[in-house]
Each structure stands twice: as structure tokens, then as C-alpha cells.
Design a protein around this ligand. Structure first.
Ligand code: AMP
Ligand code: ZN
Length: 432
């Protein structure tokens, strides 16, 4: 039933394993220029760790720390020992690079294979990887995991919907790896091309790499007639295969034998109560070439209390609610883009895409939300359209406490990003 024994370890055994691996990781990290200096300054050695709680004694590592050490400051071995690098997509600034030894790549492929196994994929499946290859980890990361599981793997890459459909039909593809914003677009395109999604060979989609709501997941499932599973990862922790849903679709299991996950109050750095939302902090436990200690992911989530019905003992995190640096403050109110998506994607008339624009109205900041409407509604009369617009604005008001400007736009009129979607643009300077 499980890919690996570690998935069902008793909690105390799992924590023992974490402690042992954390000590080893600290020892390895001390071989890097960055951590060797930091550990010396703060008097940290493998012996500082007696129990899992001692992880709190370790310093945080931030994205800025990684940037300041770019490119080699965190490597624990000579450059000759590394065989691959990836870089973060840089959604929030200059990229950071992550380096892998052959062992690191093997460990990562195992984690990915486990993740795929957990959503029911087996050797007999055919997986089409529809995310971009290249520096982005969603390409090669998923690819090698799929091969490790023994699946026939179709490295389709991003874009080109017609060709994607042809490959899927020609090779009877049963599993897709696809970014959620592209999945919505793709689903609409499949129908436009005259195919009935119910007749397609696929059964499972792995969706991740960007925040999306439960409504978006359900919409993808309905539009594609597929089961969609949330896949979480970040290049600093390898890439995908950090936390993954199982077939219960009730939160993402963190592979805790390979990572320590903590959730902290981003202001104080202290652990939040179990079940409360905070910033996810991750430590690698099985990476030799470039271990990272207590990495501040900026991603907001919570631990889901209790054990999963699937029998895996690892803790689960809730879907990512946004990033600590995504928060918009408007008229004194804190707003996360995912709150907006949650409402919009639950409205039946809404199509597949939206864009949040920050604008100036006089001296005041305002948000304008462009919402793509399904084709069949766009041909309706003015009054009906105004009705939809008002409905969206008032439902948003109930959620975010301010009334945004809502602009209905035609299907496919908002530019589609290659890769991760751009959901918020700041036009305040442009319009001043
Ligand atoms: P990168 O390292 O460039 O691939 O970006 C990693 C970031 O993508 C994470 O820190 C998250 O902000 C986001 N991300 C990845 N997977 C998910 C997911 N399943 N849900 C929400 N956000 C995600
Ligand atoms: Zn489970």
C-alpha cells in the first residue's frame, strides 16, 4: 500500500529518525562557507540537538541569505561533486540557485515517486509532463520521479495545446502534470477543439507550483473529468515532492523523514499553536550537497490536526493560502489574492482566468479585478452582464471587506503567462 516504510513510522520513531538526520545535516552543512561561519558564531554543532524540539535553537535561513551567498556559498562539497543545478523562478526578485549531487538527485526522484504513488499512480501509468523544463524544477523533478516509479514518461513541456492533446491521445496518457492556471486554460481549449474530456484517457492530474483554491481544483476536476491532486514544493527544498496530497484529498503529507516542517508566526519567529496559520519553515534532512536549515518559505499554511485516513503518519499541511509577501493592504484591510480567487472561481458564470490590478483612484488605492466570463454569458444583454458584475463585487465585499472595481472581460483576453500565473499587477505608478 505504501511506497516506503518511512510513511507509516510511529511518531516517536519518526522523530528519532529526524533527530539523527538533523544532526548529520548540521555536520554536513558545517562544510559550507556560509553555515560554517554561522555555526561558529552561534556555537552550534550536531551535539546541540538532543530532541526534535532543539531545532528551534537553529538560526533561520532566508531568501536574502541565499542571495547573499549566490552562487556557491552553501555548497558543502567541491563543485566537481555536483551534477545539476536549478534556479527558482524568481517570482519575487532575483533567482536563487540550488545544486544537486547525484545522491541528491536520487533522493529527490524517490520522494517524487512516493508522491505519485500516494495518488494512485503505478508503473503501468503514462505520465505527460506539461510543465516547462529548464531551470524550473517542475520539469526534470517530475520527470525523473515518474521514471523512478516506472511510468512511461512523455516530456511534453509547456504550451502548444493541440500537440499536447495529440500526444495524450496517441500514447493513452493516464496522468498529467500541469500548473493549475494552465489546467483551466487547457480544459477550455480541449472543449473548443471538439473533444469531450470524458472520452480522454487521463484519470489523474498533479497540480501545483502556484497557489490555487479548492474551488479552482474542483473546477479543474469537473472541466477535465479528472482527479486533481495538490503538489507542493520549492526549489530551495529540491523542487516538487516536498508535500503531496494522497487519495484522501485532505491536506498534503510532508515527507517528514526528509524534511522538518515548522509553522511560525512570521513576526515573532515562534511556533504557532497546532492548526493555526503561519509561515512554513523547512529544513532538509537528506540533502548532502546543499543542505538548508530552517528555510523561511514565506508560504502561509497550517498543520491539519489528526492523522490521515490513508494511514500515513506524516503530518499534513493545508493548501498554501498565499505568501507572506503577497498580502495587499488596502484601506487598512489585509487582503490575500487567494481570498479573491476563492470567491471568483466559485461563481458559475466565471471563465478560466482573472487578474488583480492595483490602481489609484484620486489619491486612494483601489483594486480592479478583471474577470474572464464564459463565452455564453458574454453575448448576454447589458443588464444581465451588470447583474453578474454586481454579484461578483458584492460577494467579494463580503470576503475582503472592501468593494473592488470589477471588470468583466472576454474569454481568453487576459494574457496567459508561460509557467506560473501572474495574478497581481501594480499599476499605481502608471496611473498617477
Ligand atoms: P519555485 O522554487 O520557483 O518553484 O517556487 C516555489 C514556490 O511556489 C513555493 O514557495 C510556493 O510559493 C509556490 N508553490 C509551489 N507549489 C505550490 C502549491 N501546491 N500550492 C501553492 N503554492 C505553491
Ligand atoms: Zn493521507
Amino acid at each position: 500500500m505504501y511506497f516506503h516504510d518511512a510513511e507509516t513510522l510511529e511518531r516517536n520513531k519518526l522523530e528519532e529518525l529526524q533527530v539523527e538526520r538533523l544532526k548529520k545535516t548540521i555536520g554536513q552543512a558545517a562544510n559550507s562557507p556560509y553555515y560554517s561561519e554561522l555555526f561558529k558564531k552561534s556555537n552550534i554543532s550536531p551535539d546541540s540537538i538532543k530532541s526534535i524540539d532543539d531545532v528551534k535553537k537553529l538560526p533561520f535561513t532566508t531568501k536574502e541569505d541565499l542571495r547573499s551567498q549566490y552562487p556557491y556559498g552553501l555548497l558543502t562539497k567541491s563543485k566537481d561533486d555536483f551534477v545539476r543545478l536549478h534556479a527558482s523562478s524568481g517570482t519575487t526578485g532575483t533567482p536563487t540557485a540550488v545544486f544537486y549531487t547525484q545522491n541528491d538527485l536520487d533522493t529527490w526522484a524517490d520522494l517524487m515517486a512516493r508522491s505519485m504513488y500516494a495518488v494512485g499512480l503505478r508503473k503501468s501509468d503514462v505520465l505527460q509532463n506539461m510543465s516547462g523544463y529548464g531551470l524550473f524544477t517542475g520539469g526534470l523533478g517530475i520527470h525523473y520521479g515518474s521514471e523512478r516509479l516506472g511510468c512511461l514518461t512523455v516530456p511534453a513541456g509547456a504550451g502548444n495545446t493541440k500537440r499536447q492533446i495529440k500526444l495524450i491521445r496517441d500514447y493513452s496518457v493516464t496522468a498529467l502534470h500541469i500548473i493549475p492556471s494552465f489546467a483551466l486554460y487547457f480544459a477550455a481549449k480541449v472543449r473548443n477543439e471538439g473533444f469531450d474530456p470524458a472520452d480522454m484517457p487521463w484519470k489523474v492530474a498533479l497540480i501545483g507550483a502556484e497557489p490555487h483554491t479548492e474551488h479552482t481544483r474542483r473546477k479543474i476536476e469537473e472541466m477535465l473529468c479528472i482527479k486533481a491532486y495538490n503538489s507542493y514544493g520549492l526549489s530551495e527544498m529540491n523542487g516538487p515532492g516536498v508535500a503531496f496530497e494522497c487519495t484522501e484529498q485532505d491536506g498534503m503529507h510532508v515527507w517528514e523523514d526528509s524534511f522538518i516542517a515548522e509553522i511560525i508566526d512570521p513576526e515573532t519567529g515562534e511556533h504557532v499553536e497546532d492548526g493555526e496559520i503561519g509561515e512554513l519553515v523547512m529544513t532538509t534532512l537528506t540533502r548532502e550537497g546543499m543542505p538548508i536549515i530552517r528555510y523561511r518559505t514565506r508560504d502561509l499554511t497550517r498543520f491539519i490536526p489528526g492523522q490521515c485516513k490513508c494511514g500515513r503518519t506524516s503530518r499534513r499541511i493545508d493548501r498554501i493560502m498565499g505568501r507572506a509577501d503577497d498580502m495587499l493592504i488596502l484601506k487598512g484591510v489585509n487582503i490575500y489574492p487567494m481570498q479573491i480567487e476563492k470567491i471568483i472561481m466559485g461563481i458559475p458564470e466565471v471563465g478560466e482566468n482573472y487578474l488583480i490590478e492595483l490602481i489609484k483612484e484620486g489619491l486612494m488605492d483601489q483594486i480592479r479585478i478583471k474577470v474572464e466570463i464564459k463565452e455564453e454569458h458574454f453575448i448576454e444583454d447589458m443588464r444581465a452582464l451588470q447583474g453578474i458584475q454586481k454579484k461578483i463585487a458584492s460577494m467579494l465585499r463580503d470576503e475582503i471587506l472592501i468593494t473592488p472595481r470589477v471588470e468583466l472581460v472576454q474569454h481568453n483576453s487576459i494574457p496567459k503567462a508561460e509557467g506560473k500565473a501572474v495574478r497581481v499587477v501594480d499599476l499605481r505608478d502608471d496611473e498617477a
